[in-house]
Design a protein around this ligand. Sequence first.
Ligand code: CMP
Length: 136
Amino acid sequence: MSNLEQTLSIIKPDAVERNLGEEIKKIFLNNNLKILQSKKIQITKDEAAEFYKVHQSKPFYNALCSYLSSGPIIVMILEGKNAVLLNRQIMGSTDPKLAEENTIRKKFGISIDKNSVHGSDSLENAQAEIKFFFKN
Ligand code: CMP
């Protein structure tokens, strides 16, 4: 299948802290995404800064890096047909206030910072983000 893709998903500290990991994983599985790999880790602020370096010029960069490194996260490789776009649809808009009904961020997101999940925004970034967390 030519459009079988892999993408990176992160369940962020706010959701891990509320024990939403299994519930969020079920949402991916129920929407035709396979979880190829999954691990619960905590990263340093420097690692978060490297991961989010595309946002380094943004005013929220420092807070974003502090937040992602503030507690355990679950990082996953998701696979499926059009996985990059599909995952973004399942997550919903970045700001939970604007997220569509039945999306993860609408259901569980607390704020634009504590928006429960991250997902790669392009196939190219997905490959780089998967490599970042799952070096073989
Ligand atoms: P994420 O998909 O992980 O990618 C970058 C994150 O920056 C985003 O989710 C938000 O949690 C966070 N963020 C904070 N403020 C903003 C903002 N004004 N616009 C976009 N993203 C923001």
